[in-house]
Design a protein around this ligand. Structure first.
Ligand SMILES: Cc1cc2nc3c(=O)[nH]c(=O)nc-3n(C[C@H](O)[C@H](O)[C@H](O)COP(=O)(O)OP(=O)(O)OC[C@H]3O[C@@H](n4cnc5c(N)ncnc54)[C@H](O)[C@@H]3O)c2cc1C
Length: 372
């Protein structure tokens, strides 16, 4: 029996992965996003070896998109640096380029893109600014942004915030950052930096709200403060960061997992499981959730949503646990002191931590047709 198309709210990595997997199997999903043109969202832009593998199986090759190869992790804390090779090659790519390629791939395979901003989710209906949208099941993939009616819980205490600055391409930054992902640890957070396909550097910070509060809630003051305490950051940020826009996002519920969902509602990506960004694995979980949800919908229809949600939660629990441990360690003063000696002398332990915070691979849903 031919079913009507499912509706996917959010055309980021999670929504696009679901759209690609559904479209490849004959369902022609509707992708609904607030942006007609992809913008560069707040993200570190680090694609792990696992993420790259998943992207290739979806028909999107980071290397062909000009992604910057990353072979080493450089850790900075208390004025010291330790460099370790990554277990496998990774990549730095802007989210604009990645999301654009994923969207195009989904549309070439038969997905339709509609533009509207969701104001509310009522059951499986999306109430947009323009009109109401329904389909045979709703895939909720709005990522970092909650929609009224399906908001994720607010985690109490001192929540995490994200900041991002794009640093222009310069010869100095190229020499410092080529081939590596850098993590600069400080009490209450970290700053990650990686070079993107156009030679610009993506500086992304995740930090406790209290750290920003101590800087008068002013991101520029916080950055100036970090730079004044780190020669390495001084070298990398130079003076030109001050002219750049600083984007921010608040109250990220790191560690939260949707254990179940009602029939017909498939929660994907950050709307299903929020891995601490230090692990650089959020995109991978988003892609895996999209493929897994598509598989369930294709096999069991909208009724399979609760089973999908439980299966994803089971797969994501281990990686989230490892990433939470790494984050708690790295953001503590003792962790920052021990991280570098550990990186230098206990590389297998670090590699184990990196590996255990990756979502286990699943058999690809369908063989990719030849790239158009
Ligand atoms: C500071 C920080 C750094 C990070 N660094 C990395 C990293 O280096 N590597 C990594 O793998 N992961 C990283 N992550 C995690 C990663 O960004 C997310 O896990 C990933 O983007 C989730 O994908 P998604 O598709 O679920 O959501 P998103 O990428 O957030 O996409 C959501 C989509 O939904 C659309 N949308 C949102 N609201 C609405 C609405 N109301 N109506 C219509 N459309 C809507 C948006 O326009 C967007 O297209 C980082 C996260 C943070 C906070």
């Amino acid at each position: 029996m031919r079913r009507t198309a499912p509706l996917i709210l959010g055309a980021g990595p999670a929504g696009c992965a679901a759209a690609i997997a559904l479209a490849r199997n004959g369902a022609a999903p509707v992708l609904l996003d607030r942006d007609a043109k992809v913008r560069d969202c707040l993200c570190g832009g680090f694609l792990s070896w696992r993420t790259a593998e998943q992207l290739r199986s979806l028909g999107v090759d980071p290397e062909a998109l000009g992604a910057n190869p990353v072979e080493r992790l450089a850790l900075f804390a208390n004025g010291q640096e330790a460099v370790v090779p990554l277990p496998a090659p990774a990549w730095g790519l802007s989210r604009r380029t990645l999301d654009d390629a994923l969207r195009r791939r989904a549309m070439v395979l038969g997905a339709t893109l509609e533009v509207d901003t969701a104001r509310e989710v009522q059951g499986q209906t999306v109430v947009g600014q323009v009109r109401r949208w329904t389909g045979d099941g709703l895939f909720l993939a709005t990522g970092k942004h909650d929609v009224r009616g399906q908001s994720r819980p607010r985690l109490s205490g001192d929540p995490e915030l994200g900041l991002r600055v794009r640093l222009p391409a310069t010869a100095t930054r190229h020499d410092l950052l080529a081939g590596r992902i850098e993590l600069h640890l400080f009490t209450g957070g970290y700053a990650g930096m990686v070079m993107q396909e156009d030679g610009s550097a993506n500086l992304c910070l995740a930090l406790r709200k209290s750290v920003l509060a101590a800087c008068g809630w002013t991101p520029a003051r916080l950055l100036a403060n970090l730079v004044s305490h780190s020669l390495a950051l001084q070298d990398r940020l130079g003076g030109d960061w001050q002219g750049q826009a600083i984007e921010s996002i608040g109250a990220i519920p790191y560690g939260w997992i949707a254990e179940t969902s009602p029939p017909g509602l498939f929660r994907l990506g950050d709307q299903a499981a929020v891995i601490p960004s230090l692990a650089g694995e959020g995109i991978s979980i988003a892609l895996a959730s999209g493929e897994l949800a598509a598989r369930h919908w294709l096999e069991g229809g909208r009724a399979s949503a609760p089973a999908y949600q439980r299966a994803l939660a089971k797969r994501a629990t281990g990686p989230l646990r490892s990433a939470k441990l790494a984050r708690a360690f790295a953001e503590s003063p003792i962790g920052a002191r021990l991280a570098l000696p550990l990186a230098r002398h206990a590389q297998p332990l670090l590699h184990w931590l990196m590996d255990s915070s990756r979502i286990p691979p699943d058999a690809p849903l369908a063989q990719a047709p030849a790239a158009p």
